[in-house]
Write a new protein. Structure first.
Length: 243
Protein backbone atom coordinates (compact mmCIF):
# COMPACT_ATOMS: atom_id res chain seq x y z
CA UNK A 1 0.00 0.00 0.00
CA UNK A 2 1.22 3.51 -0.83
CA UNK A 3 1.93 5.84 2.06
CA UNK A 4 -0.25 8.95 2.36
CA UNK A 5 2.16 11.29 0.59
CA UNK A 6 2.68 8.94 -2.34
CA UNK A 7 -1.07 8.39 -2.58
CA UNK A 8 -1.76 12.13 -2.62
CA UNK A 9 0.74 12.62 -5.45
CA UNK A 10 -0.61 9.62 -7.38
CA UNK A 11 -4.17 10.93 -7.05
CA UNK A 12 -3.28 14.46 -8.15
CA UNK A 13 -1.21 13.26 -11.12
CA UNK A 14 -3.86 10.79 -12.27
CA UNK A 15 -6.67 13.34 -12.02
CA UNK A 16 -4.51 15.78 -13.98
CA UNK A 17 -4.07 13.27 -16.78
CA UNK A 18 -7.81 12.65 -16.91
CA UNK A 19 -8.44 16.38 -17.14
CA UNK A 20 -6.01 16.77 -20.01
CA UNK A 21 -7.70 13.91 -21.86
CA UNK A 22 -11.11 15.53 -21.42
CA UNK A 23 -9.78 18.85 -22.71
CA UNK A 24 -7.85 17.31 -25.58
CA UNK A 25 -10.96 15.48 -26.84
CA UNK A 26 -11.95 18.73 -28.54
CA UNK A 27 -15.63 17.99 -27.88
CA UNK A 28 -16.20 20.62 -25.21
CA UNK A 29 -15.40 24.27 -24.76
CA UNK A 30 -15.29 26.93 -22.04
CA UNK A 31 -17.93 26.45 -19.31
CA UNK A 32 -19.07 23.04 -20.55
CA UNK A 33 -15.46 21.87 -20.57
CA UNK A 34 -14.91 23.21 -17.07
CA UNK A 35 -18.02 21.49 -15.74
CA UNK A 36 -17.12 18.17 -17.37
CA UNK A 37 -13.57 18.41 -16.06
CA UNK A 38 -14.72 19.19 -12.51
CA UNK A 39 -17.16 16.27 -12.45
CA UNK A 40 -14.81 13.76 -14.08
CA UNK A 41 -11.87 14.51 -11.81
CA UNK A 42 -14.07 14.65 -8.72
CA UNK A 43 -15.66 11.27 -9.36
CA UNK A 44 -12.25 9.69 -9.84
CA UNK A 45 -10.80 11.26 -6.71
CA UNK A 46 -13.66 10.59 -4.31
CA UNK A 47 -13.97 6.94 -5.37
CA UNK A 48 -10.21 6.37 -5.28
CA UNK A 49 -9.91 7.91 -1.81
CA UNK A 50 -12.87 5.86 -0.54
CA UNK A 51 -11.21 2.72 -1.90
CA UNK A 52 -7.71 3.46 -0.63
CA UNK A 53 -8.55 5.15 2.72
CA UNK A 54 -12.08 4.01 3.63
CA UNK A 55 -11.87 5.18 7.25
CA UNK A 56 -10.82 8.76 6.47
CA UNK A 57 -13.06 11.78 6.05
CA UNK A 58 -13.43 13.77 2.83
CA UNK A 59 -14.11 17.36 1.85
CA UNK A 60 -14.33 18.21 -1.85
CA UNK A 61 -15.37 21.39 -3.60
CA UNK A 62 -17.47 19.34 -6.01
CA UNK A 63 -19.30 17.09 -3.52
CA UNK A 64 -22.03 17.85 -1.00
CA UNK A 65 -20.46 18.42 2.39
CA UNK A 66 -21.59 16.38 5.39
CA UNK A 67 -20.88 16.55 9.11
CA UNK A 68 -19.28 13.08 9.09
CA UNK A 69 -15.82 14.51 8.45
CA UNK A 70 -15.96 16.65 11.60
CA UNK A 71 -15.59 13.56 13.78
CA UNK A 72 -12.53 12.34 11.85
CA UNK A 73 -8.89 12.99 12.74
CA UNK A 74 -7.82 12.37 9.14
CA UNK A 75 -9.65 14.22 6.38
CA UNK A 76 -8.76 14.42 2.69
CA UNK A 77 -9.41 17.89 1.30
CA UNK A 78 -9.49 18.09 -2.48
CA UNK A 79 -10.11 20.54 -5.29
CA UNK A 80 -10.50 18.51 -8.49
CA UNK A 81 -9.88 21.58 -10.69
CA UNK A 82 -8.51 24.68 -9.02
CA UNK A 83 -8.92 27.34 -11.70
CA UNK A 84 -11.81 25.92 -13.71
CA UNK A 85 -11.89 29.05 -15.86
CA UNK A 86 -8.20 28.72 -16.79
CA UNK A 87 -8.66 25.01 -17.48
CA UNK A 88 -11.63 25.75 -19.76
CA UNK A 89 -9.66 28.44 -21.60
CA UNK A 90 -6.79 26.08 -22.41
CA UNK A 91 -4.31 27.85 -20.13
CA UNK A 92 -1.66 26.23 -17.92
CA UNK A 93 -2.26 28.15 -14.66
CA UNK A 94 -4.73 25.69 -13.11
CA UNK A 95 -4.13 22.87 -10.67
CA UNK A 96 -5.38 19.74 -8.93
CA UNK A 97 -5.22 19.83 -5.12
CA UNK A 98 -5.06 16.72 -2.95
CA UNK A 99 -4.35 17.20 0.74
CA UNK A 100 -4.64 15.26 3.97
CA UNK A 101 -5.43 17.27 7.08
CA UNK A 102 -4.60 15.52 10.35
CA UNK A 103 -6.09 17.00 13.52
CA UNK A 104 -6.97 20.15 11.55
CA UNK A 105 -3.39 20.74 10.33
CA UNK A 106 -2.40 20.59 6.61
CA UNK A 107 -0.13 17.56 7.06
CA UNK A 108 0.31 16.23 3.53
CA UNK A 109 -0.29 17.79 0.14
CA UNK A 110 0.23 17.33 -3.57
CA UNK A 111 -0.47 19.99 -6.19
CA UNK A 112 -0.50 18.89 -9.81
CA UNK A 113 0.07 21.47 -12.54
CA UNK A 114 -1.01 19.23 -15.43
CA UNK A 115 -0.48 21.90 -18.08
CA UNK A 116 3.19 22.02 -17.05
CA UNK A 117 3.50 18.25 -16.42
CA UNK A 118 4.47 18.89 -12.78
CA UNK A 119 3.42 17.55 -9.40
CA UNK A 120 4.77 19.35 -6.34
CA UNK A 121 4.73 17.30 -3.14
CA UNK A 122 5.06 17.95 0.57
CA UNK A 123 7.27 14.85 0.94
CA UNK A 124 9.73 15.88 -1.78
CA UNK A 125 10.85 19.44 -1.01
CA UNK A 126 13.52 21.03 -3.17
CA UNK A 127 15.70 24.13 -2.68
CA UNK A 128 14.13 27.43 -3.76
CA UNK A 129 16.29 29.81 -5.77
CA UNK A 130 17.25 33.11 -4.09
CA UNK A 131 14.84 36.01 -4.70
CA UNK A 132 15.63 38.75 -7.19
CA UNK A 133 16.34 42.29 -6.05
CA UNK A 134 12.81 43.38 -7.04
CA UNK A 135 10.30 41.09 -5.35
CA UNK A 136 7.45 39.52 -7.30
CA UNK A 137 3.92 39.22 -5.91
CA UNK A 138 1.35 36.97 -7.58
CA UNK A 139 -2.19 38.35 -7.83
CA UNK A 140 -5.42 37.40 -9.52
CA UNK A 141 -5.39 38.01 -13.25
CA UNK A 142 -9.02 39.15 -13.16
CA UNK A 143 -9.51 40.86 -9.77
CA UNK A 144 -6.28 41.74 -7.90
CA UNK A 145 -7.04 42.42 -4.22
CA UNK A 146 -6.52 46.05 -3.23
CA UNK A 147 -4.53 44.98 -0.15
CA UNK A 148 -2.08 43.02 -2.28
CA UNK A 149 -1.66 45.94 -4.66
CA UNK A 150 -1.01 48.30 -1.73
CA UNK A 151 1.53 45.94 -0.15
CA UNK A 152 3.29 45.52 -3.49
CA UNK A 153 3.57 49.30 -3.82
CA UNK A 154 5.00 49.60 -0.29
CA UNK A 155 7.54 46.84 -0.90
CA UNK A 156 8.35 47.95 -4.44
CA UNK A 157 7.30 44.53 -5.67
CA UNK A 158 6.30 43.65 -9.22
CA UNK A 159 2.76 42.32 -9.69
CA UNK A 160 2.51 39.00 -11.55
CA UNK A 161 -1.02 38.16 -12.72
CA UNK A 162 -1.90 34.48 -12.61
CA UNK A 163 -4.95 32.21 -12.52
CA UNK A 164 -5.66 29.63 -9.84
CA UNK A 165 -4.70 29.74 -6.16
CA UNK A 166 -2.66 26.57 -6.58
CA UNK A 167 -0.75 28.01 -9.53
CA UNK A 168 0.02 31.17 -7.53
CA UNK A 169 1.19 29.26 -4.46
CA UNK A 170 3.32 26.92 -6.53
CA UNK A 171 4.89 29.89 -8.33
CA UNK A 172 6.38 30.82 -4.95
CA UNK A 173 7.44 27.22 -4.28
CA UNK A 174 9.01 27.06 -7.75
CA UNK A 175 10.91 30.33 -7.22
CA UNK A 176 8.99 32.14 -9.96
CA UNK A 177 7.40 34.53 -7.44
CA UNK A 178 8.16 35.58 -3.89
CA UNK A 179 4.88 36.53 -2.21
CA UNK A 180 1.32 35.27 -2.46
CA UNK A 181 -1.00 37.45 -0.39
CA UNK A 182 -4.71 36.76 -0.72
CA UNK A 183 -7.45 38.68 1.04
CA UNK A 184 -10.45 38.04 -1.20
CA UNK A 185 -11.75 34.93 0.54
CA UNK A 186 -11.28 31.27 -0.33
CA UNK A 187 -12.37 27.87 0.94
CA UNK A 188 -10.42 25.07 2.58
CA UNK A 189 -9.98 23.15 -0.69
CA UNK A 190 -8.39 26.20 -2.33
CA UNK A 191 -5.43 26.26 0.04
CA UNK A 192 -4.96 23.05 2.04
CA UNK A 193 -2.75 21.22 -0.47
CA UNK A 194 -0.79 24.35 -1.53
CA UNK A 195 -0.19 25.29 2.12
CA UNK A 196 1.06 21.78 2.94
CA UNK A 197 3.47 21.86 0.00
CA UNK A 198 4.65 25.42 0.70
CA UNK A 199 5.28 24.71 4.40
CA UNK A 200 7.25 21.59 3.53
CA UNK A 201 9.48 23.74 1.32
CA UNK A 202 10.32 25.98 4.26
CA UNK A 203 8.08 28.89 3.32
CA UNK A 204 6.09 31.04 5.72
CA UNK A 205 2.37 30.14 5.68
CA UNK A 206 -0.31 31.85 7.77
CA UNK A 207 -3.40 34.01 7.86
CA UNK A 208 -2.66 37.67 7.17
CA UNK A 209 -2.71 38.38 10.92
CA UNK A 210 0.00 35.76 11.42
CA UNK A 211 -2.31 33.13 12.92
CA UNK A 212 -2.21 29.52 11.67
CA UNK A 213 -4.42 28.14 8.92
CA UNK A 214 -6.79 25.57 10.44
CA UNK A 215 -8.65 22.97 8.38
CA UNK A 216 -11.58 20.56 8.65
CA UNK A 217 -13.77 23.22 10.26
CA UNK A 218 -17.56 23.29 10.19
CA UNK A 219 -17.40 26.56 8.23
CA UNK A 220 -14.95 25.92 5.39
CA UNK A 221 -14.61 29.60 4.39
CA UNK A 222 -11.07 30.97 4.79
CA UNK A 223 -10.83 34.77 4.46
CA UNK A 224 -7.13 35.21 3.69
CA UNK A 225 -3.64 33.74 3.59
CA UNK A 226 0.01 34.60 3.12
CA UNK A 227 2.68 32.42 1.50
CA UNK A 228 6.17 33.86 1.20
CA UNK A 229 9.79 33.36 2.15
CA UNK A 230 10.21 33.58 5.90
CA UNK A 231 12.38 36.71 5.65
CA UNK A 232 9.62 38.51 3.75
CA UNK A 233 6.82 37.82 6.25
CA UNK A 234 7.57 40.69 8.65
CA UNK A 235 7.88 43.29 5.86
CA UNK A 236 4.53 42.11 4.48
CA UNK A 237 2.88 42.33 7.91
CA UNK A 238 4.34 45.81 8.38
CA UNK A 239 3.03 46.90 4.98
CA UNK A 240 -0.41 45.50 5.80
CA UNK A 241 -0.45 47.46 9.06
CA UNK A 242 -0.06 50.68 7.08
CA UNK A 243 -3.19 50.12 5.01
Amino acid sequence: MQDDAALAAHLAASAGKLLLQVRESGLLEAKALGKAGDQTANQFLIHAIAEQRPDDGLLSEESKDTEERLSKSRVWIIDPVDGTREYGEGRTDWAVHVALAIDSAPAIGAVALPGLDLVLRSDQPHPIAPPPEKLRMVVSRTRPASEAVSVAETLGAELVAMGSAGAKAMAVVRGEADIYLHTGGQYEWDSCAPIAVAAAHGLHVSRVDGSPLIYNQRDVYMPDLLICRKEHADPVFAALAQI
